[in-house]
Design a binder for this molecule. Structure first.
Ligand SMILES: C[S@@+](CC[C@H](N)C(=O)[O-])C[C@H]1O[C@@H](n2cnc3c(N)ncnc32)[C@H](O)[C@@H]1O
Length: 263
């Protein structure tokens, strides 16, 4: 999670599979946030720009940042003229204090090794009275394929020690702690909402699972036999759900919206 090159290698898969899914959460998260042509918006750990593109479509002046040069290049290539993209570590933003009206990090800061520093950096660059939007997953195992695989492995192979999840993810999945950590970072009165969308897992990926899931520790840790069992279980669940080409995986995010404290 902490290696920009790893994220660089994920770009094609991320854009095809994860981005259309995370975009749904970004749209929901920003629906009630006042963003227009005069708004200066920062997206931290932008990925392919899910939140940045939503804000840019509303006319805002947007800076999309990520530590993966490949992700940043991709956003720069697809973004409109009012969206700039720069390589930046979210734990040490090269941005002056109070520069942005709205700061966003959807499923980004929660992954940082020093996620508290990431939250403080987000607060530092938000103008006093400005708005921060933070997205995390509600389930300890995250969302989408990771969530499904965790469920399957816990049931079918309870003896397996599963990969540990980042500390920020396990801490911020608790709404009370999410609220406390945002206040400690410099925000006030965070409002937290739950948003659920289905991740549509395409069953054809099982034909080429090693390539497509090859960067997921929950997959790469499995023996060939365990992979076959997991794939069979995914197909069984799709049969049970009555779906042909996809298995919907309901995934819930916590979305916190807070104001930067003035003093
Ligand atoms: C799960 S993706 C989320 C991307 C996007 N916000 C979305 O909603 O689709 C996590 C992103 O965090 C980025 N990232 C991870 N650690 C980072 C860090 N320390 N600084 C900046 N970006 C980071 C990764 O490169 C990746 O693009």
């Amino acid at each position: 999670m902490n290696d920009p090159e790893r994220w660089d290698r994920m770009i094609a898969n991320y854009e095809e599979q994860a981005h259309p899914f995370t975009e749904l959460f970004s749209s929901a998260a920003l629906a009630s946030v006042p963003i227009g042509p005069e708004t200066e918006v920062l997206d931290i750990a932008t990925g392919i720009g899910a939140a940045a593109l939503v804000a840019a479509r509303r006319g805002a002046r947007v800076l999309a940042t990520d530590f993966s040069p490949g992700m940043v290049a991709r956003v720069a290539a697809i973004g409109p003229a009012n969206l700039r993209a720069e390589v930046m570590d979210g734990q040490a933003l090269a941005i002056e204090d109070g520069r942005f009206d709205v700061t966003i990090s959807m499923f980004g800061i929660m992954l940082f090794p020093d996620w508290r520093k990431g939250l403080r950096e987000m607060a530092r660059v938000t103008r006093p009275g400005g708005i921060a939007v933070l997205g995390t997953w509600k389930n300890e195992a995250g969302a989408a394929t990771n969530l499904l695989l965790t469920e399957i492995l816990c049931t079918r192979f309870p003896e397996l020690a599963l990969p540990t999840m980042p500390e920020g993810m396990t801490t911020l999945r608790d709404p009370a702690r999410l609220r406390d950590e945002m206040v400690a970072a410099g925000f006030e009165a965070p409002a937290i909402a739950e948003v659920t969308h289905d991740f549509m897992l395409r069953l054809d990926i099982l034909d080429d699972a090693d390539r497509i899931l090859g960067l997921m520790p929950h997959w790469t840790m499995l023996s060939a036999e365990q992979k076959m069992t997991a794939a069979a279980e995914i197909r069984r669940r799709a049969d049970e759900a009555g779906t042909v080409d996809v298995l919907p995986i309901p995934s819930t995010a916590l979305i916190a919206i807070a104001r930067r404290r003035c003093t």
